[in-house]
Design a protein around this ligand. Structure first.
Ligand code: ATP
Length: 581
């Protein structure tokens, strides 16, 4: 907290302005260096699949990026454990709901930790701290007259825990040919529900929500989803049922002062974002810098219900809602209910944690669904991580080319600032690309386009490989002083490029980046955003890395993945089956 009083400054010219500048500096240098990112909390009615890991990997990548840039970042994920679906799943499994939730929640937690996810908190909605936060939040809304007892009548999807308008429902046939009603959006079965329960005055917030979005055109990203929410807000919003009768739903948080009613699972779940930052005490510092990562299936809950609840409770709205699309299998959304899921643990073992992260972030485009196939993963990782990046590192550090195993010195005469040495125009263009790469990457991250950031890094890696290939340092005559200086310069420039790529790739592939930077001899404190000065010697400055011994581990950066057929042959020989398709 910072309070600067400027009264009484009038007498001294310029003092008021200086004080105001100081205040804004303090604000920028303290408050704005916090960053809080969340994933959806996952419903524990079944084990995690690759789609769940995807949401978490995106948030993890943003969290690591902010840390790299010197932000104080918090990152939370967890499990959503109340509701009818869980009640039914626990009954089907013959277990009490809490034991059931604990075992599934542990599966999510273990998956995230085995996949090197760096969340700073893991919340379960069955925790007492969360119950306290939800009851308080409810009481604030109730106290302001925004919750009233009413009668809800309409369509409800238990699968989506969602209320639907008649226009959002259509007729279909179930597997036995019986006519049923389903949600147009999710395809899940809906039922007609008639119940006395508590209603939230959602209808009051439509115009405020529209104002919020018009004033903050980047609040929902990508733009396509921003427009779809604006579209939803063109129609009147009906009030929202925010409780269920206890006789129907026991597994949830009871409504304060009315134990016959249970709080609606979405109101309960959304408050988790506040619970983590200690709502209702001391939450402001983090809540002012909140960013959500969500799948497009839960956009309505996060971009309409949640902001309306927050407005009602007098709390600030999230800074951004980052929306991603879905992984599909043979064109169908990967989902628990369809049973077409890909096991993330098995894939992270087959492709490594970083390999799987790289694939998800490089191929996953937020605007559009993407079909998952194992052969796509192999092809991409072999070409970009094993051959392009790993090959470049091998070339520049191989003892045959770099027998002294050092960060070779740069010779300005061979690669002068002005044309004239042994470098050609294409080499200068490469330097220019790499110099601007951090800014390009930062911009793509800001827009949630991690795949574009990776495309830009990949293009630079190709340029650097082209540079090495063009000058074929292995053909140079080590006995000739001029050739030796040029050889050393080519290696120095390539190592500098690799240092920039390794530093920028840390949020995406932390283990591979660590290996790469360690091999270059770059210390842990030399890997931040402020260490991205590229090729200092070219600009007449000292390079702290020049002449330094390379790291001793010459291991392969990323091992090529064998094709499916090669795996099959190997498994037939050893008698192991393979589940990968
Ligand atoms: N196929 C997918 N691709 C990308 N993200 C997904 C996918 N499925 C789920 N997610 C992410 O996980 C969140 C929670 O998903 P949910 O628990 O509803 O999984 P689901 O498999 O879609 O379940 P169900 O089949 O019961 O609807 C989504 O909001 C999204 O962030």
């Amino acid at each position: 907290r910072f309070l600067l009083l400027t009264r009484g400054c009038k007498a001294v010219p310029g003092l008021r302005k200086a004080a105001a500048e100081m205040a804004s500096f303090r604000y920028a240098s303290t408050e704005n260096r916090n960053y809080y990112i969340t994933t959806p909390i996952f419903y524990v009615n079944a084990s995690p699949h690759l789609g769940h890991l995807y949401s978490v990997v995106i948030a993890d990548c943003f969290h690591r990026q902010k840390q790299l840039q010197g932000f104080n970042s918090r990152f939370t994920t967890g499990t959503d454990e109340h509701g009818l679906k869980i009640q039914q799943a626990a009954e089907a499994a013959g277990r009490d709901p809490l034991t059931f939730c604990t075992s599934v929640s542990e599966r999510f937690r273990n998956l995230f930790s085995s996949c090197n996810i760096s969340n700073t908190d893991y919340i379960r909605t069955t925790e007492p701290r969360h119950h306290r936060a939800v009851r308080h939040f409810w009481s604030v809304l109730y106290g302001k007259g925004l919750i009233y007892k009413g009668r809800y009548e309409g369509w409800y999807s238990t699968q989506d825990e969602s209320f639907l308008m008649p226009s959002q429902v259509t007729t279909a046939q179930d597997s036995e040919g019986k006519e049923i009603k389903i949600s147009l959006e999710s395809g899940h079965k809906v039922e007609w529900m008639k119940e006395e329960n508590y209603m939230f005055r959602l209808s009051r917030f439509r115009l405020q929500l529209l104002d919020w979005l018009r004033e903050n055109p980047r609040a929902i990203q990508p733009e396509r989803f921003y427009h779809s929410v604006l579209q939803l807000l063109q129609e009147e919003l009906p009030d929202l049922s925010v409780s269920r009768q206890k006789s129907r739903l026991q597994w949830g948080i009871p409504v304060p002062d009315d134990p016959e009613q249970t709080i609606y699972v979405w109101l309960d779940a959304l408050v988790n974002y506040l619970t983590v930052v200690d709502y209702p005490h001391n939450h402001e510092r983090w809540w002012n810098v909140a960013h959500h990562v969500i799948g497009k299936d839960i956009l309505k809950f996060h971009a309409i219900y949640w902001p309306a609840f927050l407005l009602g409770a007098g709390l600030p709205l999230p800074q951004t809602i980052h929306v991603h699309s879905h992984w599909t299998v043979a064109g169908k959304k990967m989902s628990k209910s369809l049973g077409n899921v890909v096991d993330p643990r098995e894939r992270s073992q087959a492709f490594t944690n970083d390999g799987l992260r790289y694939f998800l972030l490089r191929q996953g485009v937020p605007d559009a669904d993407c079909d998952y196939r194992d052969d796509k993963v192999r092809k991409l990782l072999n070409s970009e991580l094993a051959d392009a990046l790993g090959g470049l590192l091998n070339r520049c550090t191989a003892p045959a080319l770099n027998p002294a195993q050092v960060y070779a010195p740069f010779c300005p005469d061979a690669f002068p600032g002005q044309r004239g040495g042994r470098a050609v125009d294409e080499d200068y263009r490469m330097l220019d690309s790499v110099k601007h790469l951090p800014a390009v990457v930062e911009q793509h991250f800001e827009n949630m386009h991690v795949y574009k950031a990776l495309e830009a890094i990949g293009a630079c890696v190709r340029q650097t490989n082209g540079f090495v290939q063009r000058h074929a340092p292995w053909k140079l005559d080590r006995g000739d002083a001029g050739d030796q200086r040029w050889l050393s310069t080519v290696i120095h420039v390539s190592l500098e490029c690799l240092r920039i790529y390794g530093t920028l790739l840390q949020p995406v592939v932390p283990e591979i980046s660590n290996k790469l930077l360690s091999r270059l001899g770059v210390q842990a404190h030399e890997r931040s955003w402020t260490n991205l000065t590229f090729l200092a010697r070219f600009h007449g400055m000292d390079c702290p890395f020049e002449g330094r011994a390379l790291g001793s581990d010459p291991g392969v950066l990323f091992s090529r993945l064998e094709s499916q057929n090669a795996n099959k042959e190997k498994n037939q020989k050893t008698g192991n089956g393979s589940k990968l398709e």
